[in-house]
Design a binder for this molecule. Sequence first.
Ligand code: NDP
Length: 281
Amino acid sequence: MILDGKAVAARLRAEMKQQVEQLKAQGITPGLAILLVGEDHASQVYIRNKRRACEELGIHSELHSLPEQTTQEELLEQVEALNRREDIHGILVQLPLPKQIDEMAVIRAVDPNKDVDAFHTVNVGRIMLGDYDFLPCTPAGILELIHESGISIQGKECVVVGRSNIVGKPMAMLLLHEHGTVTVCHSRTPNLAEITRRADILVVAMGKAKAITRDMVKPGAVVIDVGMNRDENGKLCGDVDFAGVLQIAGAITPVPGGVGPMTVTMLMRNTITAASRCCSQ
Ligand code: NDP
């Protein structure tokens, strides 16, 4: 089975569009502000996708594009101004930031109620406790894709390869909340293949093109490929050798068209959640 993130994302977005219409009927247009510092090409592509999704759903989006030399103080001022704005419900600081800026200081400055990336320590802590409003977009999208595909996590052997703060760690926590038995691997893990071969559900977020090969996967496993890399021909590819693993996996996400569209869709969900809170206050 190919886990078609694009199709699931389209279904979810149709529902979200209605939620946005309901909010608008109550006088609230969800608003997302994106802060970009510098001209990183990949960031510009990601932002374009995010703004396109906003447009499709009727969410107001605005891009605050700052020059590469922006100081931390200047960026923090922008964040504070957006924190104060009532028409902006979600604030997203596009990472990576230039070297002169401390990413954690900026993330800490975002109002946790507007932290639609769920990177703020308050939201990270709440996720740890299982009491949250926002989930980080990529792990949330993966969870949604697993649920929508009718795959159960409870009691399954789950292996996450990668321990980044934005993908690996929160992913492991979500699988644990859903009663999976979770192992997290990283670059210092010896005998990676031995561990990945145990997985009923294997989530790979390494950033290494086609690193997970057929011999590293248990027959019938669910394989979720988060990676976004360029292969030797410059073609977009994941961390999983798709052609080889497809022959043995029970279910697998393609790249592109798997996790990527789900990630953007979860950003839309978080923005709607943030705006909905205005209604309930
Ligand atoms: P990071 O570079 O922050 O983390 C990579 C992780 O992989 C690290 O924990 C690292 O270990 C681990 N790793 C690297 N090499 C190995 C190895 N040989 N064996 C085992 N573990 C290894 O990446 P991200 O988590 O931010 O992203 C991962 C990938 O997912 C990237 O390709 C990125 O582009 C993509 N991505 C895709 C998204 C989407 O929407 N589709 C969203 C976010 C990311 P250690 O900690 O020891 O260094």
